[in-house]
Design a binder for this molecule. Structure first.
Ligand code: NDP
Length: 332
């Protein structure tokens, strides 16, 4: 493992993206997302994603000069056409309008289309919580997850993220794949020679296995059996037909398989407890959180990341990953 400061991580991401053809605004937005993932210990969505970002720029699939422009469809529905670029710049530009609408009207939605999402979802819902809004978001992918009872991939890993504002404190956030494990985590386990829990996926023979290499040749399973499968299906609909974008299987049919993120849709919802609830909304939520935290063995989701965030020191980065990035962007 190599040791990189957070600034070195940012520079490696930014310079390699610039070299592969992204302009300053797009490279800076993606590099910030990647650096924040490394800072928060989300290794599967940090530098690990850079080779895929670079491949999708080099293949011409993604527009590294995208100029996404959010527009109001109604006072509370905002659409952002991603201009075939990466999601971080589109989100950076559209979230202020979403937050403003939700604070004014109590509830607002943002649809992101023609965009390539390859990151964790917590940055966008945390950004909403910083405006004292409850945030929800979901995005679909390409079929890698079998619906409960099946052994053929139909759903993406289809993450959902939720944030609850805690004025003066880090928000309560959960952000999770609806697959038993995010595909990036399975890829990292395969790379590092670790097994994964039984129930993560099926091998090419359709049998349960703990071998991540076999699962990558077979299918992932949804978390929680038929319940997770239903939520994964909901994400297909919300990030697809609801926002005017593709379902995972349609995304796959039009994707250039270059190892980078496919084009798809994203749905975001922002709700104001100040408008919708009572004046004691924050105090009552804290009542729940303090009871949870008082229980032996229980912690709040998001707490691990927020604790790691306070450490501004160096981060360990896999040597073979650095070699892969430097092969794709030799001048960094
Ligand atoms: P995890 O299973 O690691 O964590 C899911 C959530 O559960 C996190 O909010 C985590 O908080 C929380 N959590 C974990 N352990 C506990 C615990 N013991 N008690 C309470 N809360 C806990 O995440 P996944 O592997 O499912 O997903 C990883 C990432 O992959 C996500 O950020 C997701 O957005 C991303 N992803 C992106 C995709 C894309 O297409 N862009 C596709 C699929 C996934 P904490 O962080 O504090 O541990």
């Amino acid at each position: 493992m190599a040791t990189l400061t957070l600034d070195e991580i940012y520079q490696l991401a930014y310079q390699s993206l610039r070299q592969a053809g992204a302009d300053d605004a797009n490279a800076a937005a993606v590099a910030t997302t990647v650096t924040h993932a490394e800072r928060d210990g989300s290794a599967s969505h940090g530098l690990f994603r850079i080779p895929g970002y670079l491949k999708s720029l080099l293949s011409g699939k993604v527009n590294g000069n995208a100029d996404p422009q959010p527009e109001h469809i109604t006072p509370v529905v905002i659409r952002c056409h991603g201009n075939n670029g990466y999601a971080p710049l589109a989100l950076q530009r559209a979230i202020p309008a979403l937050a403003e609408a939700a604070k004014t009207y109590g509830i607002a939605a943002l649809t992101l289309t023609h965009s390539h999402h390859f990151a964790a979802l917590w940055p966008e819902v945390e950004a909403l919580a910083e405006h004292d809004l409850m945030g929800f978001s979901c995005v679909s992918y390409k079929p890698v997850v079998a619906p409960a009872g099946g052994n053929e991939a139909l759903f993406g890993t289809n993450p959902i993220a939720f944030a609850w504002p805690r004025p003066g404190r880090s928000p309560l956030v959960y952000d999770m794949a609806t697959a038993a494990m995010a595909q990036g985590e399975v890829q990292i386990a395969a790379r590092d020679g670790h097994s994964v829990p039984l129930g993560t996926g099926l091998g090419p023979d359709g049998e349960l296995t703990t071998d991540p290499q076999d699962i990558l040749k077979g299918v992932l399973l949804p978390f929680g059996g038929h319940k997770g499968s239903a939520i994964a299906m909901m994400v297909e609909l919300m990030a697809g037909p609801l926002v005017g974008e593709s379902l995972s299987f349609e995304t796959d049919e039009r994707d250039t398989p270059d190892g980078g993120p496919p084009q798809g849709g994203q749905f975001l919802l922002a709700v104001s407890p100040q408008v919708m609830g009572e004046t004691d909304w924050a105090a009552r939520a804290e009542g729940l959180f303090s009871r949870l935290e008082a229980m032996e063995g229980v912690r709040l989701p998001g707490q691990r990341r927020h604790t790691l965030r306070k450490d501004t020191g160096s981060r360990a980065v896999n040597d073979s990953l650095l070699a892969d990035i430097r092969q794709l962007a030799p001048q960094v």
